[in-house]
Design a protein around this ligand. Sequence first.
Ligand SMILES: NC(=O)c1ccc[n+]([C@@H]2O[C@H](COP(=O)([O-])OP(=O)(O)OC[C@H]3O[C@@H](n4cnc5c(N)ncnc54)[C@H](OP(=O)(O)O)[C@@H]3O)[C@@H](O)[C@H]2O)c1
Length: 239
Amino acid sequence: MEKNLKYQGRVLVAGATGKTGQWVVKRLLHHGIAVRVFSRDREKALALFGEKVEIFIGRIQSSNDIDRAVSGCQAVISTLGSSSVTGESSPGEVDRDGVIRLVDESAKAGLKHFAIISSLAVTKWYHPLNLFAGVLSKKWEAEEHLRSLFAKEGRTYTIVRPGGLKDGEPLRHKLRVDTGDRLWNGFINRADVAELLVISLWLDKAKNRTFEVINDIEEQQTSLERCYDALPPDCPKIV
Ligand SMILES: NC(=O)c1ccc[n+]([C@@H]2O[C@H](COP(=O)([O-])OP(=O)(O)OC[C@H]3O[C@@H](n4cnc5c(N)ncnc54)[C@H](OP(=O)(O)O)[C@@H]3O)[C@@H](O)[C@H]2O)c1
């Protein structure tokens, strides 16, 4: 693997075995960045990634597991997402509490950057998606926690709020970005969300940003770095 000259740290990926998470791992490896995967399922992680990454098995319900998982990493990328209305994979357990635990342990361990996938409409409690156990509101609570804890003491964060996620290759679309949660619909490839999260590791203009993103037009891209050009920093507070 050719080393990345812009970013040298090891990155922990939470939710790596999910559809977006797999793309995050692929793009990290593409950019020559060392990856540690945090998963609850060794067989699944091994089948997907083999020897290409370090695999750490643990539970997002355990602060102790997370503490050991983040040790030796410089950043976290989280693509965790709930899949049931109740129980350990519910929005409260995963999108809010799991993410908040990850944020807290990362800050305690002195990690420098935390990048996360959230969602379009995350500030709109009345959105129909919230009928799924308040998933948007739970994500919003986790966002607020990350913003308040990581925008200080030399730490940084990036919060990507995509529209509906689609499969497909990265860099096939020109993207439209916005802030203030004003976009109501639109789609984007998971692979492009993954790329935006990964390049936030080394781009100053991606630090402490919260933004929405959807496809604009189909058009081959060489890089997504320009998406960050016009984004204002979240200062002092974003809604
Ligand atoms: N679908 C959309 O159109 C859309 C739009 C905007 C935002 N989003 C958000 O984007 C994110 C990624 O979406 P995706 O389609 O890539 O999701 P996904 O394929 O379902 O991946 C979710 C990941 O979370 C992990 N996870 C779930 N419950 C867990 C638990 N209790 N403990 C540990 N890990 C757990 C899964 O682990 P396993 O592999 O072990 O199950 C998986 O790795 C989600 O947060 C989603 O809400 C989705």
